[in-house]
Ligand binder design. Structure first.
Ligand SMILES: Nc1ncnc2c1ncn2[C@@H]1O[C@H](COP(=O)(O)OP(=O)(O)O)[C@@H](O)[C@H]1O
Ligand SMILES: [Mg+2]
Length: 302
């Protein structure tokens, strides 16, 4: 299912009280790819993704979601089937948990979209397994869980509806490193299953590791929209202008380029960075250096 945004403007409020936020957005979200959305706080990322599961309707322009077309005039009733196709994981989704047990909370979505009790239970169990949730916790109250566990229950709630497209609004915010690594794995699994994923993230390492293409938002407009390799090949000064960080490997690579090193492609991982550098280092100079270190008792690894 392809999603296209064409000439979209969006303003909050109505009448004289409108606050224009998004201006002339033209974007496509290719099927089966991960599109990352980055940009400063307040640049319009969350407002943008709420157009994708039609929580908000455009003020002007069109959103094409598969065969559906959404404009300012689209009736509320026509939006329900679209919401079943595009799953939305909000920022801090655990704040929306409500049911007395974990299992019931995850079953709520499928039931709401017409699944029987039995179907909903099966979907919920599968979704909970996917986020690494042990069956022994299914009957627990979600409010007795740790923050990371609550986040996973909330994620399972969206997975259980099995939407073709999934939107994640800063899903890693506030998770510990292990929780973040698990999330990264989950997103990769979903991508490998053929889901279309839209991911708002502040973490450039995560964007580099996951994204196929990146959208950079600035003041409600698209400042860049291109494959991840192209984006991070932009000069460091451009990122400073956008108030965006660079992933560490790439910041390092750009520093080395200033020293005269050349790279065939963007270093996505430390291993790849080392590989590309190794070929350019003078073995004689390295041997000298290690002799010096042996003599002084130093080690290259410290
Ligand atoms: N419900 C709302 N009513 C009015 N203005 C809003 C509302 N939600 C967000 N905004 C404004 O819209 C702009 C974009 O916000 P948002 O989409 O949340 O940006 P981001 O997710 O990039 O931080 C901000 O200026 C914000 O204050
Ligand atoms: Mg936001």
């Amino acid at each position: 299912m392809v999603i296209n945004i064409e000439g979209l403007d969006f303003a909050y409020g109505a009448g004289k009280q409108t606050v224009p936020v998004l201006k002339n957005i033209n974007l496509n979200f290719p099927e089966g790819e991960i599109t990352a959305i980055i940009g400063q706080t307040g640049s319009g990322k969350s407002t943008l993704v709420q157009q994708l599961n039609v929580l908000l309707k455009p003020t002007a322009g069109e959103v094409h979601i598969g065969d559906h077309v959404v404009t300012s005039k689209t009736k509320e009733k026509a939006l329900t089937p679209i919401r079943a196709e595009v799953g939305m994981v909000f920022q801090f989704p655990e704040s929306q948990l409500f049911a007395p047990t974990v299992l019931e909370d995850v079953m709520y979505g499928p039931k709401n979209f017409g699944a029987t009790e039995e179907e909903a239970k099966q979907a919920a169990e599968e979704a909970l397994a996917k986020v690494g949730f042990d069956a022994s916790l299914f009957e627990q109250s979600p409010f007795n869980l740790s923050g990371g566990q609550m986040r996973r229950v909330a994620l399972a709630g969206v997975l259980a509806m099995n939407p073709q497209t999934m939107v994640f609004d800063e899903p890693a915010a506030g998770l510990d490193p292990q929780g973040q690594a698990e999330l990264l794995d989950l997103l990769k699994t979903l991508r490998d299953e053929g889901k279309t994923i839209v991911l708002i993230s502040h973490q450039m390492e995560q964007v580099l590791a996951l994204a196929d293409q990146v959208v950079v938002m600035k003041d409600g407009q698209v400042a860049a929209h291109e494959p991840v390799e192209e984006l991070f090949a932009r000069p460091q000064a451009w990122f400073a202008d956008q108030h965006l960080d660079l992933p560490e490997t790439i910041a390092f690579q750009k520093q080395m380029e200033k020293q005269g090193f050349t790279f065939e492609h963007l270093a996505k991982t430390v291993d790849n960075l080392a590989e590309q550098l190794a070929g350019q280092l003078d073995p004689a100079a390295l041997a000298d250096q290690s002799t010096v270190q042996k003599q002084t008792g130093g080690s290259q690894h410290e």
